[in-house]
Write a protein that binds this ligand. Structure first.
Ligand code: MF3
Ligand code: CO
Length: 249
């Protein structure tokens, strides 16, 4: 079931999303050589709590932390760890959400740790741009396949691949709601988009092949070929006046 949100609900969601965006900004600014992923997680958590929010991911299906922090060939769902120390040249994907007033905000971004390679920079820029290509298609009357097709065409034209095993999603009073929002697809196909829908668009893009595997910790998703991966995500509302990105500060 797709839950449409009223104007009032969107206002509350905007607050949840503002908190999520603030926490992601703080986490991203903390990315530097020598810092542990646990420290970054704790900064994000403290910020969310200080704003009256609740970390959306903590305890979600048993997930143990506020943020997912995934480095280099890790795609998503890396578990923060005090022994995991960032080093110069790493690319660091941080994904987190906050619940406020009964609604979730969800967002992610990939950050550079110190100086990174030109190839890593290009992957990050392309993934970020692909998110905006997808957001442009989040319009009333369009279809879910328009979003995935826009993301897929943009990244494949640049030699990268879309992770297929994980997808974006509706978001609202539940972190994951219908419909699924794949980062691949056919324009003109899929669920029709309507005002009041709120969706998380979140391209996960690999420098190599699209295949992924999961570590024995049951969470961490890695590229099968060891290639770098990047991830960007915004929570977006579909309105009669076009897409509204809610996860902005
Ligand atoms: N990162 C996922 C998303 O953006 C949700 C995290 S699942 C969790 O949809 F279990 F790690 F919380
Ligand atoms: Co999400």
């Amino acid at each position: 079931m797709i839950v449409l949100k009223t104007g009032r609900e969107l206002e509350i969601m905007r607050e949840a999303c503002r908190i999520s965006a603030g926490a992601l900004q703080i986490a991203g600014k903390a990315v530097e050589p020598g810092v542990s992923t646990a420290e970054i997680n704790n900064l994000a958590e403290q910020y969310i709590l200080s704003q009256g929010g609740i970390p959306s991911f903590k305890n979600y299906q048993g997930y143990p932390a506020t943020a997912c922090i995934s480095i280099n060939n890790e795609v998503i769902h890396g578990i923060p760890n005090a022994k995991r120390i960032l080093k110069a040249g790493d690319i660091v994907s941080i994904d987190l959400g906050a619940k406020y007033g009964g609604y979730h905000g969800d967002n992610a971004a990939t950050f550079a740790c110190g100086d990174i390679s030109d190839e890593a920079k290009r992957l990050i820029e392309t993934t970020k741009e692909s998110l905006y290509e997808g957001i442009k298609k989040a319009v009333s009357g369009g279809r879910v396949g328009d979003i995935g097709n826009a993301v897929q065409s943009y990244v494949e034209a640049r030699g990268y691949s879309v992770v297929r095993k994980f997808v974006g999603h509706g978001v609202g009073s539940e972190l994951h709601e219908s419909p699924e929002i794949p980062n691949y697809g056919t324009a003109g196909r899929g669920v029709r988009l309507m005002p009041g829908m709120t969706i998380a668009i979140e391209p996960m893009i690999n420098a190599g092949g699209s295949d992924v595997k999961i570590l024995p910790d049951g969470w961490t998703v890695l590229t099968s070929d060891g290639s770098l991966s990047a991830h960007f995500e915004h929570t977006v509302a579909i309105t009669s006046s076009g897409p509204k990105i809610l996860t902005l500060i």
